[in-house]
Design a protein around this ligand. Structure first.
Ligand code: NAD
Length: 341
């Protein structure tokens, strides 16, 4: 029969039976959104904390399972929203049972673990998507089409102190979001990384700056802090004839483009720069419209679409591995900078 050539996990699935592991701060949001997405049939969830599980079961009217294995056996796809240290073990369990997997960022706690997930995703053909949610931030989406070989990127991700997440370095907690964004727009291999950071409040670094250089000459200057007085998540991208600014927090953008006047008729309202023998250029200011969309819902919808249409995961295990690889290099450089002193 024709369909017998298609592996069961990649055959057409009408409604995706999904199970959630971990219903803490972010998991609770995932549960609410999974219920809203028509492609998903939410079978249930598992959380290691029984009291929390009971609360959530009541609040959302979704069954709490007594074991991970039982939940996995009832689903087509599993959404993992537990602490990073558990991602690898849970992802492997699900993949080995032929289930598609969504894993919160970062993909895993070590590079070896991330590699194992990546290899299994590749071997099985199952969909593995990583929760680098800023790629679905409506501000980033609104300017995405204007990126054309950015050569210098400056990012700031500053957060007020919050004890949640301080078990890992600020690089794995916050900077990894911007590392993923940078790697998604600079299509070149990383050549060199320099970094410095300080553990001010917690036992792991709370503030870090890294300079990431690429083979094509592009440079990203990336700063993350979790001991700031105010929150900020802003990135600026510079490329030939354009400047793009994305405010991930306020959901605002700025786009400044330069066009030579020969290319198109002069605009009376645009600023003109006279470059002498090189002709004249005009500067255009724009604020591309930012849609009022929910990034987490969009990433989960993208996961559903990749399963139903058998298309590649939008943010794959390979992307998750690459971001983690750079994050570890940043942490290594930060450590050696401290040791030299
Ligand atoms: P949290 O501590 O609020 O919740 C974690 C939940 O997992 C808890 O309810 C805990 O009981 C449960 N849990 C722990 N170990 C488990 C296990 N082995 N099996 C089942 N349940 C288990 O944490 P959080 O803030 O929701 O973060 C969860 C994950 O999401 C982390 O990987 C974090 O890095 C990631 N995260 C991502 C973003 C983002 O912007 N994409 C933001 C916050 C957190």
């Amino acid at each position: 029969m024709y369909f017998s050539y298609i592996a069961p996990h990649i055959s057409f699935i009408n409604m995706i039976k999904v199970g959630l592991i971990g219903v803490g701060h972010l998991g609770k949001i995932h549960l609410k959104l999974l219920k809203e997405i028509p492609q998903f049939d939410v079978v249930g969830f598992f959380d290691a904390d029984k009291t929390r599980a009971e609360q959530i079961q009541k609040e959302f009217n979704v069954p709490a399972f007594n074991s991970v294995d039982e939940l996995i056996s009832k689903c087509d796809a599993i959404d993992i929203v537990t602490p990073t240290i558990t991602h690898h073990q849970l992802a492997l369990k699900a993949l080995k049972k032929s289930k598609h997997v969504f894993i919160e960022k970062p993909i895993a706690h070590t590079l070896e673990e991330a590699k194992e997930i990546m290899t299994l995703a590749d071997e099985t053909g199952l969909k593995v998507q990583i929760g680098h949610v800023e790629r679905f931030n409506p501000a980033f989406l609104s300017v995405k089409k204007y990126f054309d070989n950015p050569m210098f990127i400056e990012t700031h991700r500053l957060a007020q102190f919050n004890p949640r997440g301080t078990d890992v370095s600020v690089v794995l907690d916050l900077m990894i979001h911007d590392i993923d964004i940078v790697l998604s727009v600079i299509r070149s291999n990383v050549k060199k990384i320099n970094a410095s950071g300080v553990a001010v409040v917690s036992d792991t670094p709370d503030i870090c700056n890294a300079r990431i250089e690429f083979d094509n000459g592009a440079v990203a200057n990336v700063t993350a802090s979790r001991i700031s007085l105010k929150n900020m998540r802003k990135s600026r991208f510079f490329q030939k004839d354009a400047y793009i600014s994305v405010d991930f927090l306020e959901k605002k953008t700025e786009l400044i483009r330069m066009k030579t006047i020969q290319e198109e008729p002069a605009d009376l309202f645009a600023v003109t720069i006279d470059l002498g023998e090189k002709g004249k250029k005009q500067i255009f200011f724009d604020n591309p419209k930012v849609e009022d969309s929910n990034a987490i819902k969009m990433e989960l919808e993208a996961f559903a679409n990749s399963i139903q249409n058998n298309t590649p995961a939008v943010i794959s295990a390979v992307d998750g591995f690459r971001a983690l690889e750079v994050a570890f290099k940043v942490m290594e450089k930060m450590q050696s900078a401290v040791e030299i002193k």
